[in-house]
Ligand binder design. Structure first.
Ligand code: ARG
Length: 431
């Protein structure tokens, strides 16, 4: 490991203890280091603005920070166990390349606000990306709802045949859910869009740091004003972000469940293109819907990440090293979550219905509710109409399309209100 930022002459440094302290942290920091570089550049600008750096020193720092960023992008610099963490790697590099100028970067900041600002920028990008993916998925679902409005699909409650439904209604259900998720992801991105840089170790510093400048330079919506609140928000904001991501993955979990059921021979309502299936190592006859099963399973990773962050938060105010573990939870939760959401638009575009199988699963009992409501509309008190319609002797084959067309309660198959949903979708915009 390169020299520790905080080591003093004669200090006893134990390798095993250092390994435990750093753990996988330095490897996780690969996710965040480019954000730390951006924040470092903003911090250096702020230092120059209050006379702590000359214009030349700032220019040199900006040049080196940009060079390090380019080296990381090109794979010429790899963050590894030579360093305690990304913060040390950045300072090391500036000192190695710029000597005394490099030694000035850390005036007025702490790794405590550095890690906060880097994870905050990372999260903001990922929440926006998740929102864009949900928005794209919604667009496809609404388009297919329009194109496939009339296709009858058995509707279930308790997994028992209930009423005739339609693919239009299946699509609008998920579309509206994913629209809610877009809103939640964006609200959360805006909620956490606050600059913690300049809170230093959590108590500010005796310098008039230009926090307004770093807030604007990093594109934050506002400054996180109280130095103490910046530390209090670590973990709390991460939890909110995982919750927003989780709500999209909960919808995806149910959608994937539908598809795994519908793709089974027992239901047979959906054909998944071969690329979404895999074969069995033993059973030559099998094509398995592994992709939708993993999409269903990803929520577990996000829930685990949420729970880990929540458990870590049992702390008094101020910085505590426990919170380092929240980075692993974030990386794993968002890594899998975004991977799953990334496949969603394509899956929605590609899945095919099998109308004959859907039609064959619709039986006369599924019109009983329509009959009861029809009788009540003609004046029979509903409870009497219900008894009439419960009698199998009164059940008959009907045309599912007619039943769907008559289902005119707003939001049902006969009045999908697609325009309303499309207007909300358009209003939210792609990103
Ligand atoms: N790796 C640390 C973390 O994620 C960085 C901050 C370290 N700060 C400290 N005072 N030891 O929390």
């Amino acid at each position: 490991m390169s020299s520790l930022l905080w080591a003093k002459p004669g200090m006893d440094i134990d390798a095993d203890i250092q390994r435990f302290l750093a753990g996988e942290d330095v490897l996780l920091d690969r996710e965040f280091i480019r954000y730390d570089l951006r924040a470092s550049a903003a911090h250096a600008e702020g230092l120059q603005r209050i006379g702590m750096l000359s214009a030349d020193e700032l220019a040199a720092m900006q040049r080196e920070l940009a060079a390090m960023d380019a080296d990381i992008a090109a794979g010429c610099f790899v963050l590894d166990e030579r360093f305690e963490d990304m913060h040390s790697a950045i300072e090391d590099r500036l000192i190695e390349r710029l000597g005394d100028t490099g030694k000035k970067i850390h005036a007025g900041r702490s790794r405590n606000d550095q890690v906060l600002v880097a994870t905050r920028l990372w999260l903001r990008d990922r929440l926006r990306h998740a929102g864009a993916l949900c928005h794209e998925a919604t667009g496809i679902a609404l388009h297919r709802a329009g194109a496939e409005q009339q296709l009858p699909l058995p509707g279930y409650t308790h997994l028992q045949r209930a009423m005739v439904s339609s693919t239009g209604l299946w699509w609008t259900g998920y579309a509206e859910g994913f629209l809610d998720d877009v809103e939640r992801l964006r609200h959360t991105a805006a909620w956490i869009d606050a600059n913690p840089l300049g809170s230093a170790a959590g108590y500010g510093v005796n310098l008039p740091l230009d926090r307004d400048h770093t807030t604007q330079a990093l594109g934050f919506g506002r400054m996180q004003v109280a130095a103490t609140s910046a530390q209090l928000s670590r973990g709390k904001f991460e939890l909110a972000a995982l919750e927003a991501l989780g709500s999209a993955l909960l919808d995806l979990r149910r959608l994937a469940w539908d598809l795994s059921l519908y793709a089974s021979a027992e239901f047979g309502f959906v054909a998944l293109p071969a690329k979404y299936t895999t074969g069995s190592s033993l059973m030559p006859n099998k094509r398995n819907p592994d992709v939708v099963e993993l999409l269903r399973g990803v929520y577990a990773s996000v829930a685990a990440a949420k729970s880990e962050v929540e458990q870590l938060l049992s702390l008094p105010s101020g910085y505590h090293r426990d919170l380092q573990f929240s980075k692993g939870a974030l990386v794993h939760g968002f890594g899998r979550g975004l991977g799953a959401l990334g496949l969603l638009p394509g899956l929605l575009r590609d899945l095919e219905w099998v109308p004959e199988r859907m039609r064959a699963a619709i039986e006369p009992s599924m019109y009983a509710t329509d009959l009861a409501v029809e009788l009540s509309a003609k004046g029979m008190p509903f409870r009497e109409a219900y008894r009439e319609a419960a009698n199998p002797a009164n059940w008959a084959e009907r045309d599912p399309a007619t039943s769907l067309a008559a289902r005119v309660s707003p939001g049902a198959a006969g009045d999908l209100r697609l325009e309303e949903l499309l207007a909300r979708w358009r209003g939210l915009g792609p990103a």
